[in-house]
Design a protein around this ligand. Structure first.
Ligand SMILES: Cc1cc2nc3c(=O)[nH]c(=O)nc-3n(C[C@H](O)[C@H](O)[C@H](O)COP(=O)(O)O)c2cc1C
Length: 191
């Protein structure tokens, strides 16, 4: 399985979480291609042909980013707008992403208590729903998203440990069947 890791962080050199996880992915040898998109496109002028060619070459696409305003950093939004075009990602002839995996890796500044899904609070999977809808439209497999709370206050040890778990699961082929994988990892298969 060829894995493409795309990191969207406006200031990766001052990032604690995403920089660490990107380095851990690279050191693991499990990720075929790893990129810092903000440094490649400081002027937001995305090379669409290059991005689409890279997507075609890989089987699992990892989008790694910090949660900003309950959403994604702006370059990631523009990347989706520019690269997931009609005739490529959806519409007539637009099946080029079919059966590829879409894996999100997200650092979340807020504490878990603020993402309970109760009353005024929402949950991270709910906030990430636009990605799931995008995966549906483009016929990609939406893998269970990976996210870490309290990312600004987390110790180096916690950040590293989260990264180690990411490295462990990132190439797991079972994740391509998200529901089955969740049942198995939660040990619900026997219920
Ligand atoms: C502009 C901006 C918006 C943010 N919005 C949110 C948010 O909506 N929810 C949240 O939990 N954290 C939010 N945060 C905190 C970031 O998610 C946090 O700083 C980031 O995940 C840390 O990762 P890093 O160490 O890789 O920079 C925001 C941070 C910034 C700078």
């Amino acid at each position: 399985m060829k894995i493409l890791n795309l990191v969207f962080h406006p200031d990766l050199t001052h990032s604690r979480n995403n920089q660490t996880w990107k380095s851990q992915f690279e050191a693991s040898g499990k990720v075929a291609t790893s990129r810092d998109l903000y440094s490649e496109y400081p002027d937001f002028q995305i090379d669409v042909k290059k991005e689409q060619a890279l997507l075609l070459e890989h089987d699992r696409i990892v989008l790694q980013f910090p949660m900003y305003w309950y959403s994604m950093p702006p370059l990631l939004k523009k990347w989706l707008d520019d690269v997931f075009t009609h005739g490529f990602a959806y519409g007539v002839g637009g099946d080029k992403l079919r059966a590829k995996d879409l894996q999100l890796v997200v650092s979340v500044g807020g504490r878990q208590e603020f993402y309970t899904g109760f009353d005024i609070f929402t949950s991270v999977p709910d906030l990430l729903r636009p990605f799931q809808m995008t995966a549906n439209l483009t016929q990609m497999n939406y893998l269970p998203p990976e996210y870490m709370f309290n990312s600004d206050a987390a110790s180096e040890g916690i950040i590293q440990a989260f990264g180690e778990r990411l490295v462990e699961v990132i190439d797991n082929p079972k994740r391509s069947d998200a529901r089955q994988y969740l049942y198995e990892s939660m040990d619900l298969a026997s219920l």
